[in-house]
Design a protein around this ligand. Structure first.
Ligand SMILES: [Zn+2]
Length: 391
């Protein structure tokens, strides 16, 4: 077992892992650490904290000329919780074993953050002709929540980046897209009453199950005839109910039932149109079941959403990133969301690509790890990028 970090990035990754920056808990100590490292290299950085809670913050820094489009490196500093997972080494302590670094966030995505900070420091010593920029966020894992505070600050003050690289784990492949997501909470209201007289009362669970059945109707339609985007595990938009709560006792007609569901849409679909179809199917069911037309329909609120990401494989941005990676590096779509869709939305024409060390297969699990070879590959890509920015 070697316990020596082999590069500046690997060593910084060890430090970053030691901050237990779980989503919704403070990340400010980690942010200050990065700020100190950048400051030592003469790079100023700007913090964009949660307005309600300054213990959680984004960081933005730029190095090189100002007022010129640059390349933005984006990473999130939060990690998912470790409770209930069978870790064989301490999750918030980097452990070297078999050419890998184990620890929470090593793949998702402190490995990339470490490489990106190291690249910023290296770039500060180079005669850049275009800037290299760093955007680190908080609370990404709970629906890209934190970065929105940063984007509001940057939108009108920063020229649209030439390229944005989101370093989520792709095994250093070129991620050109991901689906969008919209999450909803539906509250179905009924009337409490004696179950012996059940048909006299509106049953909230019955309405909720009609809603779930309508979600499944629409899923079937999307699978059969919805737009397809190849490269995803499921090449069409998906609809799914994830949480349901309702009822108090078997002998009481339930007065309330809550269903949480989500839509994950390919870029050709719009979640609001899919939701509209769900409500149409529900109306048909209510009619077919001859439910009392006075029965209240579910009250549906969107709880979170982020847009899909779709960057053309023949775009110059893909050409640039491919030129920094080994010949033949494939393009791929990824089955998770990222801040990339929000970056693309903020600066309309900015090409956004996902490329980072480690595999999503080991993320969010016990014994998450990143191969040291992946960190080295990311360092090489970013060194090539810094060279490109000097041209
Ligand atoms: Zn991530």
């Amino acid at each position: 077992m070697e316990n020596q970090a082999s590069s500046a990035s690997a060593s910084l990754l060890e430090t970053l892992v030691s901050f237990a920056s779980v989503s919704l808990t403070p990340n400010i100590a980690l942010i200050h650490k990065v700020q100190d490292i950048l400051a030592e290299a003469g790079i100023e950085s700007m913090l964009a904290p949660d307005p309600q809670d300054p213990s959680r913050s984004n960081l933005f820094a730029t190095v090189g000329p100002v007022g010129v489009p640059g390349v933005l490196l984006s990473g999130h500093t939060d990690v998912v919780p470790v409770e209930g997972q069978p870790w064989t080494s301490p999750p918030f302590e980097a452990t070297h074993r078999d050419g890998r670094i184990y620890g929470r966030g090593t793949a998702d995505m402190k490995g990339f953050v470490a490489c990106a900070v190291t690249a910023m420091v290296a770039a500060a010593r180079q005669p850049l002709r275009r800037p290299l920029q760093l955007a680190l966020s908080f609370d990404e894992e709970i629906g890209c929540v934190g970065v929105r505070h940063l984007l509001r600050r940057l939108e009108n003050s920063l020229p649209a980046p030439y390229l944005c690289i989101v370093g989520e784990p792709t095994l250093m492949r070129i991620g050109t897209g991901h689906k969008g997501k919209a999450a909803y909470r539906a509250v179905c209201c009924g009337q409490a009453g004696h179950s012996g007289l059940a048909p006299r009362f509106f049953n909230a669970i019955h309405m909720a199950s009609d809603l779930v059945a309508s979600l499944r109707d629409v899923q079937r339609e999307l699978a059969q005839s919805g737009p397809r985007e190849e490269g995803y595990g499921v090449p069409y938009s998906t609809v799914h109910a994830g949480v349901i709560h309702g009822g108090r006792a078997l002998n009481i007609v339930p007065s309330e039932c809550e269903v949480s569901f989500e839509i994950r849409n390919v870029s050709e679909d719009k979640p609001e149109q899919i939701l509209k179809r769900v409500l149409e199917r529900l109306a048909e069911r209510v009619k077919k079941e001859a439910l009392d037309p006075a029965a209240p329909l579910p009250d549906i609120q969107m709880t979170n959403s982020y847009p899909s990401l779709n960057t053309r494989e023949d775009s110059p941005a893909v050409g640039l990133l491919a030129s920094l990676l080994p010949a033949g590096t494939p393009c791929a779509r990824v089955d998770y969301g990222s801040e990339g869709g929000l970056f693309q939305q903020s600066w309309n024409q900015t090409p956004v690509l996902i490329c980072g060390p480690g595999s999503i297969e080991v993320a969010h699990k016990a014994d998450e790890y990143v191969e040291l070879a992946q960190i080295e590959a990311c360092d090489r890509m970013l060194a090539g990028l810094v060279e490109f920015l000097c041209r």
